[in-house]
Design a protein around this ligand. Structure first.
Ligand SMILES: [Zn+2]
Length: 182
């Protein structure tokens, strides 16, 4: 393989992966700071004190941020789930409505005959189907979008990650290039 930058021929090149890994660290930090004393006209100089602090910090150098690997896309399933809940609730609601109309229609309105009850049930079911068209269409659209995202993760993402693994950067001219021979 070539050990120099194809742009400026400098040998000061480094693998992007190494830059990323060496520039990303999870460190537990403990800090202390000394606060100097101050002048007080009665007591003279008060003594200074030291304050302590600390925590865990994940830090990345700017260079590491710039050369971060590509990330997978997260499928957005929220709207799809919502539509499924809407479809489910609509069917349950319609089922209850049909059940109540067929079982108790005569009690609620004694003038209704069996044929009229059947017509009511038919009307309810048609209305339900009409109403369901909207969430079903949105749901199909969501599923397609999720499929596209999953497909991207399966086909495009590995390529991008592979390109990232093969990427080198020149510290002299900043040129980023791929080295396929390794
Ligand atoms: Zn260069």
């Amino acid at each position: 393989m070539e050990y120099h930058c194809p742009n400026c021929k400098s040998e000061n090149i480094q693998k992007v992966e190494i830059i990323y890994k060496s520039g990303t660290s999870n460190t537990s930090i403990s800090t202390s700071a000394y606060i100097p004393g101050s002048w007080n006209h009665k007591t003279g100089f008060t003594s200074g004190r030291t304050v302590y602090g600390g925590g865990v910090s994940s830090s990345q150098t700017l260079l590491a941020k710039r050369f971060a690997p590509p990330s997978r896309r997260i499928p957005r399933v929220g709207l799809s789930l919502l539509m499924m809940v809407v479809i489910f609730c609509t069917i349950v609601w319609c089922g209850v409505l049909v059940y109540v109309t067929t079982q108790f229609g005569h009690h609620m309105d004694p003038r209704l005959n069996t044929m009229e009850i059947h017509q009511r049930v038919k009307k309810d079911i048609i209305q339900m189907i009409e109403w369901l068209i909207i969430p079903i269409v949105i749901s199909i659209f969501c599923q397609k979008r999720i499929k596209v995202t999953q497909q991207w993760n399966l086909t495009v993402y590995p390529q991008l990650y592979d390109e990232w693994l093969k990427s080198w950067v020149c510290h002299k001219c900043g040129y980023v290039f791929q080295n396929d021979s390794e």
